[in-house]
Write a protein that binds this ligand. Sequence first.
Ligand code: WTA
Length: 707
Amino acid sequence: LPSHTALGTVPWLRTDHPVVLRNSLDADNVVTIPNGGAQTPNADVTPERTIRDVYEAKTSSKFARYQQEYQASIRDVAAFWNQQALEYLVWDRPFDHVLQGSLEQGNVAWFTGGKLNTAYNAIDRHVQAGKGAQTAILWEGDEPHDVRAVTYDALLAKVAQIANALRAQGVGKGDVVTIYMPMIPELAMTMLACARIGAVHSVVFAGFSAEALAQRVVAADSAVIVTADQGARGGKSIPLKNIVNDALTKMNTNDVVDKVLVWERYFDHDALHPEETEPTYEMQPKDVRMDVLVAAQRPYCPPVSMDAEDNLFILYTSGSTGQPKGVVHTVGGYSLYAAFTTKNTFDLTDGDIFACVADCGWITGHTYVVYGALLNGSTTFMFESTPLYPDTGRYWDMVQRHRITQFYTAPTAIRSLMRYGEDIPHRYDLSSLKVLGSVGEPINPEAWRWYYEEVGRSRCTVVDTYWQTETGGHVISNLPGITPMKPGSCTVPLYGIDAVVLDAVDGHVLEPKDGESTEGVLAIRQPWPGMARTCLGDHERYQLVYTKPYPGYYFTGDSVMRDKDGFFFITGRVDDVLNVSGHRIGTAEVESALVLHPAVSQAAVVGKAHDVKGQGIVGFVTLDVNHEESPELLLELRNQVRSEIGPFAAPDKLYITPSLPMTRSGKIMRRILRKIVAGEVDTLGDTSTLADPSVVDDLIAQVQASE
Ligand code: WTA
């Protein structure tokens, strides 16, 4: 069983002392902040009627109704999702059963017997409904005026061509296609093309190194990689094709990959004869020019009718071992869940310009850049650059120029922008905004307030969406105009999500009691359509991590505090997973990278609270005899992590120490290291089980000396 100690991702909310919301928002009046909601701006607020009056009058009845509907939805999840599946998706063949299997047995299946195609649901049916001329993907590149609008008609034609191109290269139903691309429309199109022909995409974030890419390609036995010559971010070019070339040399089995399909970042999309131009990169034997190949294809490709439980995609994510897991999502359940949560959490309506600025290399990009908005026939905004390029007003400039209605980002981005002051967002017309979303980690109340007041001008809803790669979409979040907001809380479970707090030690459910708060681990008691079904090629690991720790429940790996009003506050991971700028990183992955260096004997990595990133990584290593600490060695070690995983996983701080705190059985006690880096040396807890307790004092002295 996981230990009950939260890893302290949330410095302002610790399980060992009561909730204190820093600065102006105190816990009692936060609930009364008006929830503007999409159609309900607070126009009725007058000097006589406070925001609080209006808000309470408006939302309390809606929230009470929500709570009733919610109870009904979890009383019979099959009935609830049956109705949604018919409303949100078009089925080629109706399903025979809504739900089969159980969490206990780890064999959950939704909508069995049903057939459908996700790309058809995301594109064709909107064209058939007369929306062909509407923009499906509105893209802005690294440079602000590099803008493309792809209509549903154009998307349908392009996706069909790419699907035919993949087929021409031998890709068939069930084959895994690895996508290692910059955030250009062709990335989303390639994902949809896979979905169209039943191929399973595995998008690898383009910030991952050659080594990490190779590992994921081999693990998924993926014969085809789709990439681009380069990416562009913050005015710099990223040599993606070279990284792919490198990755191929790093696979010890070199016959996994048959084909590397290469897009060009700056190709002319309307060129009639791309083959007459020279490629921008040096072609290797396995390379195929994507622009040439696609231009040769017919823009029609019938969608393959898939079983609801066929795999739609896999996405590698970090866990508590060194090997990332290939989380598997399915065609029927995931598509429904992506559509349903996008619609409800963001109050999506016709004519909205929905902007999720995440990268498609992560689950947020899958569900909320590509699938969610398109399945709803909306316009999705796709962003290639960073919030700081060419200046710190980039996000707000885009909101103004494109009249964005929903804007979805991570707390780390908000915190990094807050430092430049509210004058920046105040320079722009942000009146198109209705809903502001937050994802990836708990949003601290200061950042929440800045987002709400300075960006949303106190008239937009801030939705704090809690979810995971494995949940497919939001599982706990407020709903605009319905759920009261509390800064720092992801609020209450969504429809159909039977979220419970379990006692971490004995696993019994801590049922909500009026007026009482409780703490424990977060689990989900009944299946939901968006849940991951397995880990690719390793169902045992799936069960070990998610369904076995607390039999009968899906275990999230997060610890939680549910307050006296029944609102959830995520307090940190209980496993060894870090959250650095919203990127999920396993400590074991970083440690494995460090010990690969010939000088390193042992390594231990822990998280430390960081003002902007949420968590930063601190590493401790011991050296083999014959090696000594030097600035060069420290640099080499950091580079080792960069090249094994990617730059985003590089430790902020590395200590070379003579020894690590180990138990007598040889286990490193990371709990003690976490306390030491947090400066909480008075509450180290029991150190008597250490093989050599004196190590602790030496480490404390070393860390304090360096600060
Ligand atoms: C954390 C990202 C608090 C949590 C979608 C979870 C959050 C992990 C929130 C999943 C939130 C995500 N409040 N914590 N609103 N959103 N988390 O798989 O620890 O990259 O388990 O999915 O991020 O990270 P993943």
